[in-house]
Design a binder for this molecule. Structure first.
Ligand code: 13P
Ligand code: SF4
Length: 330
């Protein structure tokens, strides 16, 4: 457990202490785009789920301080078991992971033995171990396009991402009924009002959004895809339908453009801030580097089983294996 009762530095001292501990521990601080700006600013690397997985697999640091949610820190530990992986707040979960208990997922798989399980990275280590290939929102399309059209697919746990891919590729998939509570909270009515207020402003949406939002989007993609779109679209105002902390990177990279967060149901709520991501703070990051706790631990047999589906994602995402390997899964 992180001990926050011991005295904590504040202000610039806190930033300096995090920096000192990072060097002392030979630690790398990885942060997701949904983290608070202060955490993004102090991180060594900020990225989407795929980029963060790659960084975790490649780094030669001794410690990974993962500023994101638990399934992301678990992924780092699965890929880099020899490293100490700390998560500033162990309660930083995910509604998608919660929607998919391993025993129910196992029964679902067993009921459909002719299907492969293509599973969104937003799930537990146990569910990864029960899956054939993991995908992230930025690797899913590349990976699906390598799977033979006749191969039947279970997609979980995000039914909106699964539905989006199913429509885009014109292939049926059995969808697990999970949702992200953050992307589910966008309001179509409010979005249409905003579009009327800013005619000509394109909408960029994450595929975790329901079709009522995605259908109004000019661009649909992962957080890194949305950031790239923000840098390259020709206009000056963009409506952003994903967790609003990503706008920090947009404002840093393109300060001359205007970014407006898509609204939730009452038009002005904080319901699109991920409550799990928000649990991490600079103080907890400092304490995690100081105490090397809370630490991710994964039983070795489980880790090896989960690593197979993650490795397959990393290979397929970079096009280094073909679909034949998928058919040979153990
Ligand atoms: P990406 O950063 O991979 O687009 O994922 C978004 C997300 O939901 C993280 O929880
Ligand atoms: Fe999970 Fe949604 Fe939060 Fe991402 S934004 S961590 S999918 S609850």
């Amino acid at each position: 457990m992180t001990d926050l009762s011991r005295s904590l530095p504040t202000g610039n001292d806190l930033l300096a202490e995090i920096d000192r501990l990072r060097k002392e521990r030979n630690a790398v601080i990885l942060a997701h785009y949904y983290q608070k700006p202060a955490i993004q600013d102090i991180a060594d690397f900020v990225g989407d789920s795929l980029e963060l997985s790659r960084k975790a697999a490649e780094t030669d640091a001794d410690v990974i301080a993962f500023c994101g949610v638990k399934f992301m820190a678990d992924t780092a530990k699965i890929l880099s078991p020899e490293k100490i992986v700390v998560l500033p707040d162990m309660d930083a979960g995910c509604s998608l992971e919660d929607s998919c208990p391993p025993e129910k997922f196992k029964a679902f798989r067993e009921a459909h033995p002719d299907h492969i399980a293509l599973t969104y990275i937003n799930c537990s280590t146990e569910v990864k171990a029960l899956s054939d290939v993991i995908v992230t929102s930025s690797s899913a399309e590349t990976i699906i396009s390598q799977i033979p059209p006749e191969q039947k697919i279970i997609f979980g746990p995000d039914r909106h991402l699964g539905g989006y891919l199913s429509r885009k590729f014109g292939r049926e998939m059995l969808l697990w009924p999970g949702v992200c509570i953050v992307h589910e909270a966008f309001s179509e009515t409010e979005l249409l009002k905003l579009k009327a207020q800013y005619p000509g402003a394109p909408v960029a949406a994450h595929p975790e959004c329901p079709p009522t939002i995605v259908d109004h989007a000019d661009y649909v993609g992962s957080t890194s895809g949305i950031l790239q779109f923000a840098k390259t679209f020709p206009g000056d105002t963009l409506i952003v339908a994903t967790e609003p902390h990503i706008m920090h990177q947009m404002e840093l990279a393109i300060p001359e453009k205007t970014f407006i967060g898509a609204p939730g149901a009452d038009g002005n709520c904080n319901c699109n801030i991920c409550p799990y991501m928000a649990l991490n703070t600079l103080e907890k990051l400092y304490a995690a580097l100081r105490d090397l706790e809370p630490r991710i631990e994964i039983e070795e047999g489980l880790r090896i089983r989960a690593k197979r589906s993650l490795d397959r994602m990393l290979e397929m995402a970079s096009g280094t294996i073909g679909m034949g390997d998928l058919g040979n899964r153990a």
